[in-house]
Design a protein around this ligand. Structure first.
Ligand code: NAI
Length: 299
């Protein structure tokens, strides 16, 4: 297969000063994309800031023969999102690819979860992806081309002990990614969501060292780059990716139980509960229309 390249394309990778974002940025830069390396440069819990992280990755891309510029804005404000995209426009005159990757952690059991830890996780992950996508959207729509990635997590899909704030935010990104896929389709703006697993400072406290060290971010970035390529037609997808494995996820719905509307009582729900939850003949659901139709059919 011929090399998949990004010559003439401009990519913004948020939180690209380390971990997964750095790996995505290096790969795209090595395949001809001009890259905006955004990073606020703070600690894993979102405190502090520094220009060093973004600058270092820009140097790495440039010394490998690629083109890159840094941006130090926070994704979490409208001004920050606009500033990040403006850096792409000022430096390279366009934006084709937006990888919403910046993230932080504030893990604590739900009982002890302070409002501040809930809010900051939502502002970096959800509002951050909103602010950057919102600033990008009119430009991609106008040029009738774009590729957007949301970075979700297995914690969002399955839930994870001690991560109620993070898992709720990561699930929100799946909804955002799906809706942008629908609204972007006719403008050739594709939106896909990944739930990665990789060695980074965010997994340092979660995974044992020997396993974590083998989970190279470089095993995630090729899927991200493919989803961001002209060649890839996929949109609205959700992928789990890491350690050399790649999976596509769908919603499945049980065959369920449909009662006559006059029979809808607590007792009839209880009597049918095992049928409602029986996933034996579950069916993949492709759209909100498909879902809604089955309710309407009973009226
Ligand atoms: P990381 O900590 O190395 O990368 C996140 C980067 O985002 C950091 O460089 C940080 O400075 C930057 N950042 C944080 N807040 C920012 C803000 N307001 N504005 C701009 N930049 C900001 O961690 P990692 O693991 O590479 O995380 C990347 C993304 O992948 C995150 O969204 C994370 O939640 C997600 N993820 C990672 C998993 C893993 O196994 N490493 C698992 C599931 C999801």
């Amino acid at each position: 297969m011929a090399d998949i390249r990004f010559d003439g394309r401009v990519a913004v990778v948020t939180g690209a000063g380390g971990g997964l974002g750095r790996s995505h940025a290096l790969l795209l830069g090595s395949r001809g994309a001009k890259v905006v390396v955004n990073d606020l440069g703070g600690a894993p819990d979102g405190t502090g800031e520094s220009k060093m992280m973004a600058d270092k990755v820009v140097e790495e891309i440039q010394s490998a023969g690629g083109e890159a510029v840094p941006n130090y804005d926070s994704v979490a404000t409208m001004d920050g999102g606009a500033g990040i995209i403006q850096t792409a426009m000022d430096s390279y005159g366009r934006i084709d690819i937006l990888i919403n990757n910046a993230g932080i952690l504030r893990d604590v059991s739900f009982l002890k979860m302070p409002e501040e830890s809930w809010d900051i996780i939502f502002s970096v992950h959800v509002k951050g992806s909103f602010c950057c996508s919102k600033a990008t959207w009119p430009i991609m729509r106008e040029q009738q081309y774009g590729r957007i990635i949301m970075t979700s997590s297995a914690a969002g899909i399955y839930g994870n002990f001690g991560q109620s704030n993070y898992s709720a935010a990561k699930m929100a990104l799946i909804g955002l990614g799906q809706t942008l896929a629908l609204e972007g389709k006719k403008y050739s703006i594709h939106s896909n969501t990944i739930a990665p697993i990789a060695d980074s400072r965010l997994t340092a406290t979660v995974l044992p060292d020997d396993i974590r060290k083998k989970l190279k971010p470089e095993y995630v970035s090729p899927l991200v780059a493919y989803l961001c390529s002209e060649q890839c037609e996929a949109t609205g997808g959700l992928f789990e990716v890491g350690a050399g494995s790649f999976f596509h996820l769908n919603w499945y719905r049980s065959e369920g139980s449909t009662l006559k509307t006059e029979d809808v009582t607590i007792e009839n729900v209880a009597e049918n509960f095992s049928k409602i939850t029986d996933m034996t003949n579950a069916k993949a659901m492709g759209s909100i229309q498909e879902s809604t139709m089955s309710f309407m059919a009973n009226l």
